[in-house]
Design a protein around this ligand. Structure first.
Ligand code: 1PX
Length: 214
């Protein structure tokens, strides 16, 4: 997606996660990062209270974009290539933070954990009733995923910010796909690819024992 295109529409963003998978079911880095950039743009439309969250996501996206713009860019063409390259060359701090605080593997792991939150939240929204509160849906999905990796102070700030989320209907309208029914239908179509990307990454990181990187 070109910069500026489909700035607020969520459909184009979620479709990015569909186009991440190549014919070997490897996850291509560029559409993966484009997907995240679109999510950050969407988050930024919801007000400055979320900027501490989007700043962290942007910092992580930038780390990965720097690898993609470097001489090693081919080694970061997919998540699989990255894991292989960084592990073979000893470029990952496996037990304690040390020489490689911004390795691709630990950076993607943080985004990967956030993708689990996204899936749970959007699934909660999709199956919610019109009277559901987005703050409750968001808190529940956060507590079931990302919160387990965050210290108390971040958990507190995040759950406070969730109270500023728009109502369920405003949220669905903000996706810019038409009626709330159309937005719910779109989520039903897009969520399986997010889930697929999540599962493939989870398997890759499990296989290489990378799920607890500091
Ligand atoms: C229709 C829904 C779309 C909404 C778009 C939402 C995009 C959200 C993007 C969130 C990306 C969050 C990445 C967080 C990565 C992380 O866990 N970072 C922590 C650890 O990093 P470190 O390098 O220190 O090991 C870091 O400490 C995080 C700090 C910032 C707070 C993170 C709070 C995450 C809350 C996630 C829920 C987002 C709520 C958006 C509401 C719609």
């Amino acid at each position: 997606m070109a910069d500026g295109e489909d700035v607020h529409g969520l459909k184009g963003v979620l479709v990015m996660f569909q186009s991440c998978l190549d014919s070997k079911e490897e996850i291509l880095m560029d559409p993966y990062l484009e997907g995240w950039k679109g999510l950050v743009r969407f988050l930024n439309t919801m007000g400055p209270i979320f900027s501490f969250i989007s700043k962290d996501a942007v910092a992580k996206i930038q780390i990965m974009e720097t690898f993609r713009g470097s001489e090693q860019q081919e080694n970061y063409i997919s998540l699989q290539a990255m894991v292989n390259y960084e592990l073979t060359n000893g470029l990952v701090d496996l037990k304690q933070p040390g020489t490689y605080p911004t390795s691709g593997c630990r950076t993607i792991l943080r985004l990967h954990r956030a993708l689990r939150w996204l899936h749970l939240f959007l699934e909660g929204l999709r199956t919610s009733s019109p009277s559901s509160k987005t703050s409750t849906l968001c808190t529940d999905s956060y507590n079931a995923s990302l919160a387990n990796y965050h210290p108390w102070i971040i958990r507190k700030a995040a759950t406070m910010a969730f109270y500023a989320l728009p109502t369920r209907d405003a949220f669905l309208e903000n996706m810019k796909v038409g009626t709330t029914e159309a937005a719910i239908e779109m989520l039903g179509e897009a969520l399986p690819s997010i889930s697929r990307v999540y599962d493939i990454t989870e398997d890759l990181f499990t296989q290489h024992k990378l799920l607890d990187l500091p």
